[in-house]
Design a protein around this ligand. Structure first.
Ligand code: SF4
Ligand code: SF4
Length: 206
């Protein structure tokens, strides 16, 4: 859940239509039209990426009159499906995957079950990836993949969609090579699987 207190506002006099803001926005809330950047205030999640990157200092973050609460109602979806999606992505449903917004894997899974088809949809629906925008992309991609979705990066955007391998992807040959050098991948897998399977505190598994 994220409470969005800010929104981006563009100074049209300063905007040079360079499109940097468009390329960095995690929810595609800012677009250049008729050579000026325009913010969709409803869509903006107040992350300030555009303000920080605009080379012409044309964007200012301003306080919203009414904060916007961005949250998914998990009760709207079948929680067994949430569990199975999270476990397929090697995540515990109650695990926090976006530390900036405190978003849990179950919220992202619920967003996917409610129609999210890209990291931008997930960010819009849950608020995840609107803080540092770095740490949570991998678990989001893993959850999308678990749902059979392989999203294409936004056209012309600078969002990074490359998936990094997890400990489960390491070939046996590589494990053996590094076993004598203090890497214990199989032990890591056992530990992570205990985390994934850990009993849920908030909800009872059927
Ligand atoms: S980054 Fe700044 S100058 Fe470039 S299009 Fe966006 S608002 Fe305009
Ligand atoms: S979500 Fe972030 S990058 Fe996008 S318009 Fe709002 S403040 Fe700018």
């Amino acid at each position: 859940m994220k409470v969005v207190n800010l929104m981006a506002v563009v100074d049209e006099e300063k905007c040079k239509a360079c499109r940097t803001c468009e390329r960095v926005c995690p929810v595609q809330a800012i677009k250049v039209e008729n050579r000026k950047a325009i913010v969709d205030a409803e869509q903006c999640r107040g992350c300030a990426a555009c303000e920080q990157r605009c080379p012409y200092y044309a964007i200012t973050m301003v306080k919203r009159e009414e904060p916007v609460e961005v949250a998914i109602n998990i009760d709207d979806v079948d929680y067994d499906k949430v569990i199975s999606l999270c476990r397929c992505a090697k995540l515990n449903p109650e695990q926090i995957i976006c530390y900036c917004t405190g978003t849990r894997a179950e919220e992202v899974a619920a967003a996917i079950l409610k129609g999210a088809r890209s990291p931008e949809d997930v960010s819009f629906m849950t608020g995840a990836r609107t803080g540092c925008k770095v740490e949570c992309i991998q678990p989001i991609l893993r959850l999308l993949k678990a749902a059979g979705i392989d999203p294409a990066p936004p056209k012309g955007g600078w969002q990074w969609y490359g998936q990094t391998p997890t400990v489960w992807d390491i070939p046996e040959k590589v494990k053996q090579k590094y076993a004598s050098r203090g890497f214990y991948f199989d032990e890591d897998i056992k530990l992570l699987e205990r985390v994934i399977e850990a009993p849920l505190q908030g909800r009872r598994e059927n």
